[in-house]
Ligand binder design. Structure first.
Ligand code: MG
Length: 459
C-alpha cells in the first residue's frame, strides 16, 4: 500500500436530482425525486431536501410519494445525465490517465499517475498533503464551473478509504485521510461502513458484541473467520485494518453487471429461494440503472448444496434496466432449476450491456402508459384521427418547446391536459401554463445546457 493520500474518489452529490434542480430553477431548494413513475417504479435519486423526509434511492416510488407528497416526481433524462457525466469524466482524465468510473457520477482517480503525479512527487514532503488537497479542491471548483453541480471528494491511500472519505464529505465537501490516521478515521464508524456488510452480517456481528470497525479489528481474523466464514471473515478483517491495495484500473469496459449472495445456511424453502432471486434482481437492476446501462441477457446463477454451480440465461428482444423485467425473467429461470437439495448461493446478472438507447425511451413510455391505464381519470386521449398518428405521452420532467412561450418542461399531465413550466437553466423560476395534450404548438425538445454558454454535448 502507498503512503500518500493520492487515491481520489469523486462522487457527484444527489446526481440525477441535482441535474434536475440545476435545469429547472423552480425546483432549487425543493424536494425532487427522480425514478420510475409507473405503479411499480423505484427511486433512482432523491435530492437532499427529499431525503429529510426519509426518501432514498432503491425505495419503492409509492412509498416515497407517501413520505414526501409535495416533492417533484420526475422521470430520468439519461441522455442529459450522460452528457454531464462525460463533462465530469473529461475533467478527471485531465488529472490522470488512471480513471476508473464506477457509475455515471462516481469514479476513482489515481493522482500518482501521469503529469499530476510528477508534479506532486516534485513537491517537498512537507507540502505534499497541501498539494494533493489543492488538486482536489481545484477539481471540485472546475466541476462546479462546468456543470453547475457539486461533487464530494475523498482522498486516501486506498480505494476503500477514499470512498468512505467521500461519503463522509457529503455534500459538497472534501475529506483527506492523512496516512497514519486511517485507523482513527475508520475505528469509530459502524460496521455497515465496510463493503459487504449488510443488515444480516451487521446483526451477526452485533450478537458477537461487534458494532464498530475498531471492534472488528480487535476481534482478530481468526474470530471473524469463525463467525462469518473464511472468505468474508478474512476480507472484513483486512478492510477493518485498512488493508486494501487494489489498484485504480482505467476504463474498465464492463460487459455485465451482477450481484450474488452466499447464504449461511443452505436454502431449501422454495418460497424463500424465489424471494431471494427477486431481491437480487432488484439490486441488479438498481446497479444497472446507476451505471446508466441496460442489457439484453438476464443470467441466473445457482450453487447447490453439493457445490455444483449452474447458470441459466434468457435473452430479451431489447435491452432493459427495468427491475420488473429483470425480476420476471430471473423468476422464470429459477422455476426451471431443481433446488430440492438446498442452495448455497444465488446470483442475478444482466449481460450484453448497451448504453441507453432508443428502446429504453420506449420502455419508459410503456411504464408510464401502464401507470395511466390503471388510473381512471387519465384515460387514453385522442379518439378522432388527426394529422399526427400518435398522441404524445407527456412525461413529468420532459423537455418541451411551445411555439409561443418557448422552452419549458412537463410538470404533469392527465385528463387530456398537460401542464408545462416555462423556465430555463440558470434563469428565474418560470410560470406554469396548461394545454390540451395534443396542442399543435407544443413539441418535445432536447435538453438545454445546464451552464449557459456551454454546450450540453461535449465536443
Ligand atoms: Mg453520487
Amino acid at each position: 500500500m502507498r503512503n500518500t493520500p493520492t487515491i481520489l474518489h469523486l462522487d457527484m452529490d444527489a446526481f440525477f436530482a441535482a441535474v434536475e434542480q440545476a435545469a429547472k430553477p423552480s425546483l432549487r431548494g425543493k424536494p425532487v425525486v427522480v425514478g420510475g413513475l409507473g405503479p411499480r417504479g423505484v427511486v433512482s435519486t432523491a435530492s437532499y431536501e427529499a431525503r429529510v423526509y426519509g426518501v432514498h434511492s432503491a425505495m419503492a416510488m409509492a412509498l416515497a410519494r407517501r413520505l414526501c407528497p409535495n416533492a417533484a416526481y420526475l422521470t430520468p433524462r439519461f441522455g442529459l445525465y450522460r452528457q454531464v457525466s462525460d463533462t465530469v469524466m473529461a475533467l478527471l482524465h485531465e488529472l490522470s490517465p488512471l480513471v476508473e468510473p464506477l457509475s455515471l457520477d462516481e469514479a476513482f482517480v489515481d493522482l500518482d499517475a501521469g503529469e499530476c503525479g510528477e508534479r506532486l512527487r516534485a513537491l517537498p514532503e512537507s507540502e505534499l498533503l497541501a498539494g494533493v488537497r489543492q488538486v482536489a479542491e481545484r477539481l471540485r471548483a472546475d466541476i462546479t464551473a462546468a456543470t453547475g453541480l457539486t461533487a464530494s471528494v475523498g482522498l486516501a491511500s486506498s480505494k476503500l478509504l477514499a470512498k468512505i472519505g467521500s461519503d463522509a464529505a457529503k455534500p459538497d465537501g472534501l475529506v483527506l485521510i492523512e496516512p497514519g490516521t486511517e485507523q482513527d478515521f475508520l475505528g469509530p464508524k459502524t460496521v455497515r461502513t465496510l463493503w459487504g456488510v449488510g443488515p444480516a452480517t451487521a446483526e451477526q456481528l452485533r450478537r458477537a458484541g461487534i458494532s464498530t470497525v475498531a471492534e472488528v479489528a480487535e476481534a482478530g481474523e481468526a474470530e471473524l473467520v469463525r463467525l462469518l466464514g473464511k472468505a468474508h471473515g478474512a476480507s472484513l478483517y483486512a478492510m477493518a485494518t485498512g488493508q486494501d491495495d487494489r489498484p485504480v484500473v482505467a476504463d474498465r469496459d464492463v460487459k455485465s453487471i451482477s450481484v450474488e449472495d452466499t447464504f449461511d445456511v443452505d436454502l431449501t424453502d422454495r418460497v424463500r429461494v424465489r424471494a431471494e432471486v427477486g431481491r437480487l434482481a432488484d439490486r441488479c437492476a438498481q446497479r444497472l440503472r446507476s451505471a446508466g446501462r441496460s442489457g439484453r441477457t438476464v443470467v441466473l446463477k445457482v450453487r447447490r448444496y453439493d457445490f455444483t454451480t449452474l447458470t441459466r440465461s434468457e435473452t430479451l428482444r431489447a435491452p432493459t434496466d427495468d427491475p420488473v423485467v429483470v425480476k420476471e425473467t430471473a423468476g422464470r429461470l429459477i422455476e426451471a432449476v431443481d433446488t430440492t437439495g438446498g442452495v448455497r448461493l444465488l446470483g442475478v446478472g444482466v449481460a450484453g450491456l448497451a448504453d441507453f438507447t432508443q428502446e429504453d425511451l420506449f420502455a419508459q413510455v410503456h411504464e408510464d402508459a401502464r401507470g395511466e391505464a390503471e388510473s381512471p381519470d387519465t384515460a387514453p386521449v385522442r379518439s378522432e384521427p388527426g394529422p399526427q398518428p400518435v398522441a404524445h405521452l407527456w412525461r413529468p420532467g420532459q423537455d418541451v418547446t411551445h411555439a409561443e412561450y418557448g422552452p419549458g418542461w412537463v410538470q404533469g399531465s392527465g385528463v387530456g391536459r398537460v401542464t408545462v413550466r416555462f423556465e430555463v437553466p440558470g434563469g428565474e423560476p418560470g410560470r406554469v401554463r396548461t394545454f390540451a395534450v395534443d396542442d399543435p404548438l407544443l413539441a418535445p425538445s432536447e435538453p438545454l445546457p445546464l451552464v449557459p454558454g456551454r454546450p450540453a454535448e461535449p465536443p
